[in-house]
Design a protein around this ligand. Structure first.
Ligand code: CA
Length: 228
């Protein structure tokens, strides 16, 4: 199921889009402000973002620019009530992939979303199979993991966990997101198995090295980043 983050402050419009997309099998999470959207995006990765240009605390173009600082892959569709070429140009310059002027027919929105997701899938098929971060390397074809050229043996779950971090470097991954992606389950706050696995993984990839790679972000989750 493709997940979509919809950032739209007009509740009627948000409800209309949300209902329509859910009927077409999408999982939709909505945010009414730029700051709510930023919080959502910190903890979760989406397959596509829909950003309204006019938001109470920021504008969608600025939000798009900020998202693109750390995320260059997720397709972004901008919505605006203003049929102004300038908005379109600014939105696309800020890294949006497509643009839709309100009011629009739902079928138009759906067609744009499907096209963006198809393009994303096509890109994913040709994507690099080797991920590197600092001196860490993970090859998704051979499943070989190395740090500074030294092979590291991981269990299947540790490998999947590391791959998730390597695919989202410099991004905070919440325990909820990790549980869903690696274990395919809903996270139960009463358990600490994710922390346990993170520690297993840390021991294997950090032992004997000066630089830590996986960092705890208190209250938020974990992040793969260089220790600088
Ligand atoms: Ca708006």
């Amino acid at each position: 199921m493709n997940s979509i983050c919809l950032v739209e402050d007009e509740q009627k419009v948000a409800a209309f889009i949300c209902k329509g997309l859910e009927e077409h099998g999408y999982k939709v999470t909505t945010a009414g402000t730029g700051s709510a959207a930023k919080n959502l995006l910190k903890g979760e990765a989406f397959d596509l973002l829909i950003l309204d240009v006019m938001l109470p605390d920021t504008n969608g173009i600025e939000l798009c620019r900020q998202v693109r600082l750390t995320d260059t892959d997720t397709p972004i569709l901008m919505l605006t009530a203003l049929d102004q070429i300038q908005n379109k140009v600014s939105g696309l310059k800020a890294g949006a992939d497509d643009y839709l002027v309100k009011p629009f027919h739902f079928s138009e929105l759906l067609a744009r979303i499907e096209a963006l997701l198809r393009r994303k899938t096509a890109n994913a098929k040709t994507e690099e199979h080797v991920f590197t971060f600092e001196d860490l390397k993970l090859d998704t074809w051979s499943n070989i993991v190395e740090r500074a050229g030294v092979p590291i043996t991981l269990t299947a779950k540790e490998y999947t966990l590391l791959e998730l971090f390597m695919r989202h470097p410099n991004k905070i991954l919440s325990r909820e997101y990790i549980a869903e992606q690696v274990w395919k389950i809903d996270f139960d706050t009463g358990t600490n198995f994710i922390d346990v696995y993170i520690n297993y993984l840390r021991k294997k990839i950090e032992k004997g090295f000066k630089n830590k790679l996986i960092h705890t972000v208190i209250g938020m989750g974990y992040i793969l980043r260089a220790n600088k």
